[in-house]
Design a protein around this ligand. Sequence first.
Ligand SMILES: NC(=O)c1ccc[n+]([C@@H]2O[C@H](COP(=O)([O-])OP(=O)(O)OC[C@H]3O[C@@H](n4cnc5c(N)ncnc54)[C@H](OP(=O)(O)O)[C@@H]3O)[C@@H](O)[C@H]2O)c1
Length: 293
Amino acid sequence: MPRWTETDVPDQRGQVAVVTGANTGIGFETARVLARRGATVVLACRDPARGGTAAEKIGAADTVRLDLASLASVRDAAETIRRRYDRIDLLVNNAGVTGMRGRTEDGFELQFGVNHLGHFALTGLLLDRLHDARIVTVSSIGHRLARLDLTGDTADPQRGRGDAYSRSKLANLLFTHELHRRLRAAGHATQALAAHPGGATTEIFRYSSPWFRVPNLLIARLLGRTPAMGALPTLRAATDPTATSGEYYGPDGLLEIRGYPRRVEASRRAHDPDAQRRLWEASERLTGVKYAI
Ligand SMILES: NC(=O)c1ccc[n+]([C@@H]2O[C@H](COP(=O)([O-])OP(=O)(O)OC[C@H]3O[C@@H](n4cnc5c(N)ncnc54)[C@H](OP(=O)(O)O)[C@@H]3O)[C@@H](O)[C@H]2O)c1
């Protein structure tokens, strides 16, 4: 099989792409390649200064302030994007945090709140701008470690950090699968896909506590690869004409940590339709965002 690289990303001229957490890491690399291929890229970042610096480097069209730890900020960002763009062709739900304790502004456990609930709300608020578009949500190998009932106390900041991260990343996949099913049932042409980067040496551990950061950084340095390589599965899910709704992309190497992007399989739990439906209902209730599908 030929290796899929960023040169395989088709011409993106005329396409509008929104990428969350695009000021650094995998989001930055995703935005950089999309912009280079001609897309109008909107960098949705929580720090306007960091977003602006990234936009200058990339030559991206636009930045929007988005703090996924605040539903008010998510609503403001969605409103700004809706005002500026009639149509969005690609939404990349990339931003994420790991190894942190705390709560979001609305009282949700931080990692679940930022990684899943914030993106759930953003996607729902932008859905009527997404026609024949793609929604790509970035998960992790770590989703396989999640065992907890997602309808439990998602606001509990006392849960183990790694555990809360895994649960949020499982939620990214349950969300994608349920979104895919609902879009199809509604006759919507928009596609929902997921991707994971394997291991990449990004800034992901910068806010983590030392006991979490040090071992994880060591593993990342030993096994990880560049953020640009880490962005390839996202870019493939987002742009490969042969990729279709419901699919999941990750690296083709050992344990899916390194390598070039190919279609991969999510865990059995990620395919549980009952968990997908319950997560969806809980997410609508917690965020107050009701999807029109
Ligand atoms: N790196 C890996 O090995 C790895 C492995 C598996 C999965 N992933 C996933 O890949 C995605 C990107 O991570 P990365 O490795 O590129 O990490 P990163 O370098 O830390 O970048 C994360 C991005 O998310 C943004 N972000 C964090 N909290 C936010 C919030 N409350 N609201 C809006 N944006 C927020 C960050 O903004 P600031 O710069 O302002 O903090 C940054 O732009 C994440 O979903 C992560 O779970 C990464």
